[in-house]
Design a protein around this ligand. Structure first.
Ligand code: SIN
Length: 284
């Protein structure tokens, strides 16, 4: 779908979480979405990079999946247990025996050849306080860089590796994981396929190194770029409540789940929509 910045919102009222990223779409009902709602949510996603829904208490897991399918094919994450009845649902559950580990800035599954378009996360059980999710606008993070650095970065390619996070989490050797998911190369600056905007596309979770650079130099430059996501000016922070969902554009922003609720329970279900191969278009 082409980006239409002029789409009017008739099915909900966007309520901004911060000036630069994130909006709650007040009044949207996801239980029975029609084409107009899907079109408007998509336009809002492109405009705000992450959108939130409240009070979807009636939404079932099947409806969560159906809503996500309206935006594309769904992925199956290797961390999903085999034989799970809905393999496209990734359950992210923490409590007294497991501290939250999603507390690093990242964009989902950049270790894939075609990393995901977006993820839709539904709250199942929440701590009374804590476990917020933060989002950071990587378009703005790129636009605020010095022009000389922007030009240099636009020519660079980085290698992304699933093993950085999931070797330990899945209790597998990197070499074993690489048989199924070999490291992938993506441009350090990608062009968003729908908005045409440029953005920083490296993240501390999955990016391993920049090609053709001395390792120390690559580490130093990556560290600088990772830290751009940490600037509060680019961020919004979402406080979850029962019935909440978040839908973020993995091609535009990064996210971070605050791990401050241990030993309380936080259970979420994530459905991830397949994306396309990142590219850099020098003409945009
Ligand atoms: C994730 O990193 O995809 C999960 C985010 C969250 O649990 O808030």
């Amino acid at each position: 779908m082409a980006y239409d910045a002029a789409t009017e919102f008739t099915r909900f009222e966007p309520h901004l979480l911060s000036p630069n990223i994130g909006a709650e779409l007040l009044g949207a009902d996801l239980t029975n979405p029609d084409d107009t709602l899907i079109k408007e949510v998509r336009a809002a996603l492109l405009k705000y990079q992450v959108v939130f829904f409240r009070d979807q208490h009636e939404l079932t897991r099947a409806q969560h999946l159906d809503f996500a399918r309206a935006f594309g094919d769904l992925e199956i994450h290797p961390a999903t247990p085999k034989n799970q009845p809905d393999p496209e649902v990734l359950r992210i559950a923490h409590g007294p025996n497991s501290r939250g580990i999603e507390n690093n800035w990242h964009s989902d599954v950049t270790w894939r050849e075609e990393p995901s378009l977006g993820s839709i996360l539904r709250a199942i059980e929440l701590p009374e306080i804590g476990g917020d999710t933060l989002f950071s606008n990587m378009v703005l993070a790129y636009e605020d860089l010095d022009e000389g650095l922007q030009n240099r970065l636009c020519e660079m390619t980085a290698v992304h590796d699933i093993a950085r996070v999931f070797a330990k989490r899945l209790n597998k050797d990197a070499s074993k994981l690489h048989e199924r998911f070999p490291p992938k190369e993506h441009p350090v600056i990608r062009t968003h396929p729908e908005t045409g905007k440029r953005l920083i596309y490296v993240n501390v979770a999955f990016t391993d190194y920049i090609k053709g650079m001395d390792r120390d130099e690559s580490d130093q430059l990556l560290k600088y770029l990772y830290h751009r996501a940490w600037l509060p000016e680019y961020q919004c922070r979402f406080r979850w409540a029962p019935g909440s969902l978040a839908f973020w554009d993995n091609r535009a922003c990064q996210h971070y789940a605050a791990s401050d609720y241990f030993p309380n329970v936080r259970i979420m279900e994530r459905v991830t929509i397949a994306g396309d191969k990142p590219y850099f278009d020098a003409s945009t």
